[in-house]
Every structure is written in C-alpha cells, then in structure tokens.
Design a protein around this ligand. Structure first.
Ligand code: ZN
Length: 237
C-alpha cells in the first residue's frame, strides 16, 4: 500500500512537510507576515528525524527560535516564550511571530503505528520514543509520578499528560499523540495570553502532528490561525 493511502486510514488530510510549510507561509504572507518581518519559533521533539521540519522552516522563514522539549512538549514556559518575544523586527509598529508546535509519530509501510526505520540500523525503531515509553508504563499499570531530577522532561511529560487522560484509561500511541498535540497547543496558547501583547505583536499558531511515513515526513494540520491586530483569523490549510 502506498504511504498516502495508509495515512488516510488515520488522518483526514496530510501534506508533505514542504507543502505544509509553503501553504502556511503563503497564507500568512497574505496577512502581512514574511521572512523579513517575522520570526518563527518551533516546538517539536528533540528526535533528529523531526528536525527536517526545522530545516524547512529555516529555509522559508529564516532561523527559528527553539522552544522544543522531548515529545514537542511546551515546557519553555513564560520565560522561554518571553525570550523569543522582542526579537522580531518592528514594521508598521508591529512585531510578528509564527509558532509551529507539533508532536510526532511514525507509521510504517504496513500501517503499524509508532514504527520507523533508522538509517544504518537493522530492525525497527519507535517514534515518539518519549511518548511510547510513557504509553508502555500506563499499559503496564505503573506510572512514576515523582519528579525525577535525572529525567526532568520525561517526568514533566507524565505529569502534564495524565491531566488529560481519564483515570484508568490507557490510550494507544496514536491517541496519546493526539492528546499530546492538544496539550501542547493549550499550554502554548495559555502562555501566549500571558506573555504576548497583541497591541505590539501579531502572531500565528500552527499546530498538527508530524508523521514519519515509510518514505518521507508528512503533517496532519490541526489548529492553524493568526492573530492580527488582536483579531483571530483561521488559515486555510
Ligand atoms: Zn519524540
């Protein structure tokens, strides 16, 4: 089965990463954002197979501020977001920021969730490894809720995502990835309301899930919108 067909089993629509970044760039260009007046920021997993997205964003928007943590969680917080602000050029009295925030998941050629190949390695690998580890703990009935100072980001993943999962329910990796996407978006939006002054800044929030297909990476778009002069405008993506 070809990759596009497999992806339609799980996602209502997908784009290649390049198509997705071009589409969002074009939609935002019509709202006054461009590579010369805007700064992009990314919140994606640390996994090297996720970094192609940063490369494409760099190609379209220029170097992006990095808000990323394991699994693409938004743990940079108010301090991290405040650091990203006040960096963009001021044009027409406004700064402009574009936030790309996406967790990731692999789907192999047979449609197996979470499975990918890594270059130069035999056998199967998993993505997202951090979410998969957490999912395995839930399935095993034992989740460590302590803050482990030697494993800070994974501890935060458990604490944050358990708030979104009904007690006793064990989501599979795809459902957990969707839950993660919603949590990342909610945390980023909550922090934006506290840090970003819409009188001074226009911004965009671009969210979805990055999918490692058997051939290349794809994006399932979720919420994509801009806030221009304080008014929210949906992007047609
Ligand atoms: Zn990951």
């Amino acid at each position: 089965m070809d990759t596009a067909k497999i992806l339609t089993k799980f996602f209502d629509k997908t784009y290649t990463e390049i198509e997705f970044i071009k589409k969002t760039y074009e939609a935002l260009r019509q709202l006054g954002f461009n590579d010369e007046n805007s700064i992009a920021a990314t919140c994606i997993c640390r996994d090297e197979i996720s970094q192609s997205l940063r490369s494409i964003i760099k190609h379209m928007w220029g170097e992006a501020f990095n808000l990323s943590s394991l699994a693409g969680m938004f743990f940079a917080g108010k301090t991290g977001l405040a650091a990203a602000m006040h960096h963009a050029p001021i044009e027409g009295g406004k700064e402009r920021y574009v936030f790309y925030a996406l967790p990731h998941i692999a789907i192999d050629a047979e449609g197996h969730i979470g499975i990918c190949k890594r270059m130069g390695r035999e056998g199967e690998s998993v993505a997202c490894g951090a979410l998969n580890a957490f999912q395995k703990e839930m399935a095993g009935g034992r989740v460590n809720l302590m803050m482990d100072n030697e494993d800070v980001e994974q501890s935060l993943i458990r604490m944050r995502l358990l708030r979104e999962i009904p007690y006793g329910h064990v989501p599979d990796l795809l459902e957990l990835t969707r839950i993660t996407q919603a949590a990342i978006q909610a945390d980023l939006e909550n922090t934006i309301t506290k840090v970003v002054d819409v009188k001074k800044s226009n911004y965009a929030v671009i969210t979805g899930i990055q999918i490692h297909g058997a051939d290349i990476n794809y994006i399932w778009p979720s919420s994509c919108y801009a806030v221009v002069d304080g008014e929210r405008i949906s992007l047609r993506v």
